[in-house]
Design a protein around this ligand. Structure first.
Ligand code: SF4
Length: 220
């Protein structure tokens, strides 16, 4: 079995665990998911949930709500997720852009995939990953957003070169994952990266890929 197929087999075993996250993402409004993705940088999902609950309680989960609020209030709501000043400034900037241009995120998501992606990336602080998350979970696009965990695992496994960029990692993974599984695959590979192929001290001794992985520290 090829390494990519073995990875797919391993990652599939996490699908059930991450299914509730997929369901939650799909229930969120597009702006909420965008805000959640910004908050999730450099923190764990539990802190994201706390920050999102704070925003919800204060009516800060719409662009208009964000703009009506005192900027200190937004920062206070985000404090639990770390880097709260930067994240608050980004969310405010995005809200300003959406309101001032009359942009509807949902209308953008109805455009052709490549067009929608380019349009989303015109927003401040929205790069490939954030745009692809919105396209995957809110527009059903068959795309695998590549975050830091996914890039790390792919590189350690030698699926791509160490210096590979976002699009290269995405293309390699998408070549092996059926379109209807890509949302779950994205979430499940992140879980695998957080729990097993961790940034520091990966658990190669218990990793089901260790016999095939060129970076394994636990060779037989
Ligand atoms: S063997 Fe180690 S480095 Fe390779 S994928 Fe597994 S945890 Fe990561």
């Amino acid at each position: 079995m090829s390494l990519l197929n073995k990875l797919l087999e391993v990652v599939r075993s996490y699908y059930e665990q991450v299914k509730p996250i997929e369901d939650r993402f799909k229930r969120m409004s597009t702006f909420e998911l965008l805000v959640g993705t910004i908050i999730s940088q450099n923190t764990n999902w539990r802190n994201v949930e706390r920050a999102m609950a704070n925003l919800r309680d204060r009516g800060l989960l719409s662009p208009e709500g964000v703009l009506r609020a005192n900027p200190r209030e937004l920062e206070k709501a985000l404090r639990v997720a770390g880097l709260y000043r930067v994240k608050a400034a980004r969310i405010r900037e995005i809200a300003e852009r959406i309101v001032s241009s009359g942009l509807s995120l949902d209308d953008v998501l109805r455009l052709r995939w490549s067009e929608a992606r380019a349009k989303l990336m015109e927003l401040p602080a929205v790069g490939y990953k954030t745009a692809d998350i919105l396209l995957a979970f809110k527009a059903g696009a068959p795309v695998i957003p590549v975050d830091t965990h996914i890039a790390r695992v792919s590189k350690r496994l030698g699926l791509v070169e160490r210096g590979a960029g976002y699009e290269e990692v995405r293309a390699v993974l998408e070549s092996a994952v059926p379109p209807n599984e890509r949302n779950l695959f994205h979430l499940a590979l992140i879980r695998f990266g957080r729990e097993v192929c961790k940034a520091k001290n990966p658990s190669c001794d218990v990793c089901p890929l260790r016999d095939l992985c060129p970076s394994s520290t636990s060779k037989p």
